[in-house]
Design a protein around this ligand. Structure first.
Ligand SMILES: C[S@@+](CC[C@H](N)C(=O)[O-])C[C@H]1O[C@@H](n2cnc3c(N)ncnc32)[C@H](O)[C@@H]1O
Length: 242
């Protein structure tokens, strides 16, 4: 998969050279950064202007963005995304859909954002990574690339870990433990040491349901629980234990 990035800070993307995602670069991921500043409107490197009608800060101009985008052939652009707080909120479902695409072009805003005419003419979709404001679209683009790369074949050694990630079945994952068996007087739950795999799976499913019920009831409401899931959740709500 190929990512084309429009940014004024290409060096920020060096952060992706760490951990499992760096493996994806060896296999099936490439990133090409296009520096918007190279297409500035004057020799001073200007790419921004004051907003018409007043208002605080500066806006990225449409022309330098358009010229930067034109460096990528329309065949290589794929879907053009502007990372923006006004966009549709990113979800695991859309991450998986993007991971099936051959290329994506990500436009990273700065300052107070981007002239609307560039968005109207050249952007296919606006994506937000959450209801908060970042200082630049680069950080949102990195989140998006990381989330997509996880789903590309070969990035994660054990593909079951993706299948069992939170959100993959609409639920949050439950709690997990590693060595030692006792940490500051807190013991690992007995069932996890029992070696009984069907009991362990049942415990994990129940904890995942409980975690989601408590922390993200909105997710539970969106799901059609199976009979078994309903039973496990009811078992807990009737006992009122965690
Ligand atoms: C300081 S923000 C501009 C915010 C703008 N004044 C507003 O209120 O919508 C600069 C850039 O950061 C990026 N950005 C900020 N928050 C984001 C979010 N939640 N998701 C995606 N991109 C975001 C966008 O590219 C935006 O153009």
């Amino acid at each position: 998969m190929k990512f084309n990035i429009l940014t004024i800070f290409p060096e920020i993307f060096n952060i992706l050279n760490h951990g499992v995602i760096s493996k994806a670069f060896e296999k099936n991921l490439s990133i090409n950064c296009y520096d918007i500043r190279e297409n500035a409107i004057n020799k001073h490197g200007q790419i921004d202007g004051k907003p018409y009608g007043g208002g605080e800060g500066m806006l990225m101009m449409a022309q330098p963005l358009k010229e930067t985008l034109s460096k990528i052939s329309s065949k290589d652009r794929g879907h053009v995304i502007y990372l923006s707080p006004q966009g549709k909120k990113l979800s695991q479902e859309s991450v998986i859909n993007y991971s099936k695409m051959k290329s994506l072009t990500l436009v990273c805003g700065r300052y107070e954002g981007v002239d609307q005419r560039f968005i109207d003419k050249y952007v296919d979709e606006e994506i937000s990574i959450g209801d908060f404001i970042l200082s630049g679209g680069e950080y949102a683009a990195i989140c998006l690339i990381d989330a997509i790369a996880r789903n590309l074949p070969g990035t994660i050694g054990n593909e079951d870990s993706i299948k069992n990630d939170s959100f993959s079945n609409g639920l949050l994952k439950g709690p997990a433990y590693t060595r030692p068996e006792t940490f500051e007087d807190i013991k690992v739950p007995d069932v996890l040491l029992s070696g009984n795999h069907s009991k362990i799976n049942e415990w994990k499913t129940q904890k995942s349901l409980i975690q989601t019920y408590i922390r993200r009831p909105d997710l539970i409401n969106e799901l059609k629980l199976t009979k078994k899931q309903k039973k496990l959740l009811e078992e807990w709500t009737s006992k009122d234990i965690l």
